[in-house]
Ligand binder design. Structure first.
Ligand code: ITT
Length: 195
């Protein structure tokens, strides 16, 4: 155990993501303070989100001497859209949005979808980069439901939780099963091992 808590930076412009991770941080006895930072990052169009996350991390020129991480996430409609929007999640949300997505799959009753998250961490004590991944399976809702969360949350119904979308869950409920929380759990194990 260290004498003093160190700062670890979550570099993101997305306040919702930060709030979710912050809640998870607060639940744990851990030798770090979490702080949000925004920085100019480059989001490349790659074939998978791990590549996007690593590129995002490598595009940061930190002016501090701490560990820091970024996270990239995507929403994948496996059936019938073969994984679309996936790595295009941000662009698709900003263009056709959830309404447009629902129109695309209007004729399908049985859909399969999932979220993926990859955290890319620059771990200062070892001067190395590590990645942690998480995913959650479910389906697409027939309608936009719920005002919690952000992005695709109001159209994603995770498996095993009645018929509620992520948008109808509290942060705590989403954090109990989400892609982001699963990636975080893996990073937590790593941070504990190295404290
Ligand atoms: P960064 O600053 O951390 O990069 P971002 O908002 O650009 O934040 P991403 O590129 O990781 O985030 O996300 C791609 C898209 O997927 C974006 O439009 C998000 O709104 C959406 N998204 C990511 N995580 C989500 C989640 O947990 N629930 C719903 N939508 C999510």
């Amino acid at each position: 155990m260290k004498q003093e808590k160190e700062i670890i930076y979550f570099i993101t412009g997305n306040n919702h993501k930060f709030k979710e991770i912050k809640k998870l941080f607060q639940k744990e006895e851990i030798d770090y303070y979490l702080k949000q930072k925004t920085a100019a990052t480059i989001e490349v169009q790659a074939s998978n989100i791990k590549e996007v996350a690593l590129f995002k991390l490598n595009s940061i020129k930190p002016k501090f001497n701490n560990s820091y991480f970024v996270e990239d996430a995507g929403f994948f409609i496996d059936d019938p859209l073969k994984g679309f929007p996936g790595v295009y999640s941000k662009f698709v949300l900003n263009t056709i949005g959830n309404k447009g997505i629902l129109k695309l799959i209007n004729d399908y009753w049985n859909t399969v979808a999932h979220f993926e998250a990859v955290i890319a961490l620059y771990f200062q004590p070892l001067d190395k980069i590590f990645t942690f991944e998480g995913s959650v399976e479910g389906k697409v809702s027939k309608e936009i439901k719920g005002t919690n969360g952000f992005g695709y949350d109001p159209i994603f119904i995770p498996n095993g939780l009645s018929n509620n979308t992520f948008g109808e869950l509290s942060i705590e409920e989403k954090n109990a099963i989400s892609h982001r929380a699963k990636a975080w759990q893996k990073m937590l194990i790593f941070l504990r091992k190295h404290q």
